[in-house]
Write a protein that binds this ligand. Structure first.
Ligand code: NAD
Length: 310
C-alpha cells in the first residue's frame, strides 16, 4: 500500500488526506500544534461520509481508517512514498520544513509543497536532495477540485516530475506540468487576469458585481466546467482555431492595448467593490457560503464523474 505523509494538517492538509485515503493510500498526518492532527480525524471522517452519499467515496469507513495522526515528523515520514507539505504560506517556514524533510525522509521519497505562490527554488536550493522537491499546488478544496499544478525548480529531476504526475493521476487528481517557474504558476495568473478586469469593470462603473458574476456563472463558466479556453475557441468558428484567430484576434489586440493596471486593486477600487457588494463580511456568512459552495462542488464533481471526459 502506498503511503503519503501530510505535514501541516489545516484546511489543505486535511483535504489531501481524503484524496489519498479514498484512493487506497495510507495517510499519516503531522502538525506541530498539539491536537491539530488528532483533531483532523473526526472532520475527515464526517466529510468522507458526506462525499460517499454522492458516490465520491466508495467506502468512507475504510478510507477513514487509513488516515492516522502522528506526533512527530519522523513517525509521519516513515516509509512515505510522497510528502505533501501543507504548512504556513511563508518562505522561511518552507525553508525550515523542507530542510527537515530532506534530512529525515527516505532518499526515494518525493517532497511536494502545496504552496500557492512560492516557487520551489526559493526553499530547496541548498538541500542535498533538492532534485526530489517540487511544488504540487492544489485548488481548494482538492478533494472536490482535481487539478494540481506541478512545478519543479530548475534542479528538480524529470523523473521526480514524472513520478509525481503518476501518483496524482493514480488518486484521481488532474496534474498539469508547469514547465518552468513563473510567479503565480498558471491557475492564479489566469485568475488574476480575470479578477483585474472584473475589479476594473465594477469600480469604473460599467457593471454591478452581481451582474459581473452572472456573466461567469451563467455564461463563460458553464463551458469552463468541462472545456478550457482553447477547446472553447476551437468551436467558436467553423474553421476552428485558425479561423477564430483570423476573425477575432484584431478585437482582442485592441482590448489588450489598454490592459488593467495594478490600480485595479488599489484602495479606491477595493472600497468601491466592497460598497457595491453590500454583504456583511462576517465569519458566519463566509462559513455558511463555504458549506454551500462545497455542496454545489460535490454535486458537480459527481456529475462530471458520471460523464465521458472528452
Ligand atoms: N487555503 C487555500 O485556499 C489554499 C489553496 C491552495 C494551496 N494552499 C497552500 O496550502 C498550504 C496550507 O494552507 P492552509 O489553507 O491549509 O493553511 P492552514 O492555516 O489551514 O493550515 C496550516 C497548518 O500548518 C501548521 N503548521 C504551522 N507551522 C508548521 C510547521 N512548521 N510545519 C508543519 N505544519 C505547520 C498549522 O498548525 C496549521 O494546522 C499553504 O502553503 C497554502 O498557501 C492553500
Amino acid at each position: 500500500m502506498k503511503r503519503i505523509a501530510i505535514i501541516g494538517s489545516g484546511l489543505i492538509g486535511r483535504a489531501w488526506a481524503m484524496v489519498f485515503a479514498r484512493a487506497g493510500w495510507t495517510a499519516s498526518l503531522f502538525d506541530p500544534v498539539e491536537g491539530v492532527a488528532m483533531g483532523a480525524l473526526p472532520l475527515i471522517a464526517s466529510e468522507l461520509a458526506a462525499l460517499s452519499h454522492l458516490g465520491l467515496v466508495d467506502d468512507p469507513a475504510t478510507s477513514t481508517a487509513r488516515v492516522h495522526a502522528t506526533t512527530s515528523l519522523e513517525q509521519a515520514l516513515e516509509g512515505a512514498d510522497l510528502v505533501q507539505e501543507s504548512g504556513p504560506e511563508d518562505v522561511d517556514a518552507k525553508i525550515d520544513i523542507f530542510s527537515r524533510l530532506d534530512r529525515i525522509a527516505p532518499r526515494e521519497t518525493i517532497l511536494a509543497s502545496s504552496t500557492s505562490a512560492i516557487v520551489a527554488s526559493r526553499f530547496t536550493e541548498k538541500l542535498p536532495g533538492r532534485e526530489r522537491c517540487l511544488v504540487a499546488h492544489p485548488v481548494n478544496p482538492p478533494h472536490l477540485v482535481p487539478v494540481v499544478e506541478l512545478c519543479g525548480a530548475p534542479w528538480t529531476s524529470p523523473e521526480t516530475i514524472a513520478k509525481a504526475r503518476g501518483f496524482y493521476e493514480s488518486v484521481g487528481q488532474v496534474p498539469i506540468t508547469v514547465r518552468r517557474e513563473v510567479d503565480g504558476f498558471i491557475l492564479n495568473r489566469l485568475q488574476g487576469a480575470l479578477l483585474a478586469e472584473a475589479f476594473r469593470l465594477v469600480s469604473e462603473g460599467y457593471v454591478s458585481p452581481q451582474d459581473l458574476d452572472h456573466t461567469i456563472k451563467n455564461g463563460l463558466g458553464l463551458r469552463w466546467s468541462f472545456m478550457g479556453p482553447f477547446e472553447t475557441i476551437e468551436l467558436n468558428a467553423p474553421g476552428g482555431i485558425p479561423d477564430y484567430c483570423a476573425r477575432y484576434t484584431g478585437f482582442y489586440k485592441r482590448l489588450q492595448a489598454s490592459p488593467a493596471t495594478p490600480d485595479a486593486f488599489g484602495e479606491a477600487a477595493v472600497a468601491e467593490i466592497i460598497k457595491q457588494w453590500g454583504q456583511p463580511a462576517t465569519p458566519e456568512r463566509v462559513s455558511t457560503r463555504m458549506q454551500w459552495r462545497n455542496e454545489r462542488l460535490s454535486a458537480l464533481a459527481a456529475h462530471k464523474k458520471s460523464q465521458p471526459q472528452t
